[in-house]
Design a protein around this ligand. Sequence first.
Ligand SMILES: *Cc1c(COP(=O)(O)O)cnc(C)c1O
Length: 373
Amino acid sequence: MIPFNKPFMTGKELWYISQAHAKGHLAGDGSFTRLCNQWIEQRTGSAKALLTHSCTAGLEMAALLSGVGPGDEVIMPSYTFVSTANAFVLRGAVPVFVDVRDDTLNLDERLVEEAVTDRTRAIVPVHYAGVGCEMDAIQAVAARHRLIVIEDAAQGVMSSYKGRPLGSIGDLAAISFHETKNVISGEGGALLVNNPSYAERAEIIREKGTNRSQFFRGQVDKYTWVDVGSSFLPGEIIAAFLWAQFEEVDAITRRRLSMWNTYHQWFAESEKAGKLRRPVIPAHCTHNAHMYYVLLPDLERRTAVIERLKASGVQSVFHYIPLHSAPAGRRYARAHGSLRVTDDISDRLLRLPMWVGMEDRQVEIIQTILSVL
Ligand SMILES: *Cc1c(COP(=O)(O)O)cnc(C)c1O
């Protein structure tokens, strides 16, 4: 059996969790959370990082901070995870879906400006597979129309665009530490505040609408309810686990890149033979090997490949059902123009197993199975 994903542990996770307990602090915002926040700030250059329960929670905080309300429009791809859209639908806003590029499968920056209306408030680029969107073009459209840019960098930890870490470019960004991502804490995430004008309110919203963080820094003499908010902060058990992962992030990324390159080199032949298309990484992007996918010729071929792999004990998966064609997408969102590329690739994309601990031998087994197709 080769599973699609297997959560990796560095070995120090349980030790750090026991340390958190020994320090007598298991609620949120203890010393491990501080270490993790600082680590994210140092690695990305973001002005402020705040751990959250999930990337979903980070996106919900970003939606609150952006101030979008009923009827406001938010431009994003349809080819993404539901949380990208849901965070804004919860505020009454309308996701406006724009097609993706056929090379990186990222939001097509050339189609963004024509989707802008006088209700548009934000653009949400999603860095698919940890490969950067064309942020210069997206930021330029945002500047021309005074829109806020919120990066869905769920998959983008340790990737960069023109030398800038993903998650550090838009006004706000959210990253994920879900067990299927590169660096994990089971469930987990962070909000990155790059535009400092959102920093103070971000802390308040995350702390149930109170100024508790300012109180603990001695900036106010009592803490009280000052704004809307919720509980978006994880406990120290999660942060302690995550800290063990951060310590090993370079080794994790190296190992993933090595597996990714093994797949990529091997599939060069199949690509030449027209059997599939491999991922495209633009020269100005460095990626984190978040996933290895191939695009097969059509839905029938993909179904056959999944069955073939399954029969040999290899688990492979596909995603996403485009949001514009999902029941909630039809109810709460609208498409701008044709989503031809989105519809096409969602039928043909196949993700192959990749996790730290997987051996080269197992990658070879998968290749051997696929070579007979
Ligand atoms: C994983 C993912 C999310 C959600 O992350 P969670 O931490 O599970 O909430 C959001 N957007 C994208 C693009 C993702 O891949």
